[in-house]
Design a protein around this ligand. Structure first.
Ligand code: HEC
Length: 88
């Protein structure tokens, strides 16, 4: 599950969140925020993270991935993100 999510992440998410997942923490030029720190703009629960991926934050430039990925791949990519996350 985590490996499948990694493939999705690298092809669709790394452009904004960077391959390291560290986004703006690594490079101020990155569009997306750090997904490994313990700051969650939209909630730390796996269901919150899933919702952000599924529905996006369109006004902030985060696309809605639900229609693109479907539920199974969205769950996989969330599992990948959470596997790289140190604190809840
Ligand atoms: C076009 C750039 C872009 C792409 C591509 C992108 N994101 Fe984002 N993402 C953002 C932005 C910008 C935010 C911050 C939204 C905000 O400030 O509310 C964000 C926020 C998030 C958050 C919430 C972080 C938090 O602190 O709550 C998650 C989770 C996330 N993205 C996952 C993904 C995943 C998974 C993918 C690939 C399927 C992806 N993103 C692709 C731009 C992007």
């Amino acid at each position: 599950m985590v490996e499948a999510g990694k493939a999705t992440y690298l092809s669709l998410c790394a452009a904004c969140h960077l391959p390291s997942l560290k986004g703006k923490t690594e490079s101020p030029a990155a569009i997306g925020p750090d997904l490994t720190d313990d700051i969650w703009i939209h909630g730390a629960e796996p269901t919150n993270v899933f919702h952000t991926v599924d529905a996006g934050v369109l006004v902030k430039g985060m696309p809605a991935w639900g229609p693109v990925l479907g539920t199974e791949k969205s769950v996989q990519v969330v599992a990948f993100i959470l596997s790289h996350h140190d604190a809840p």
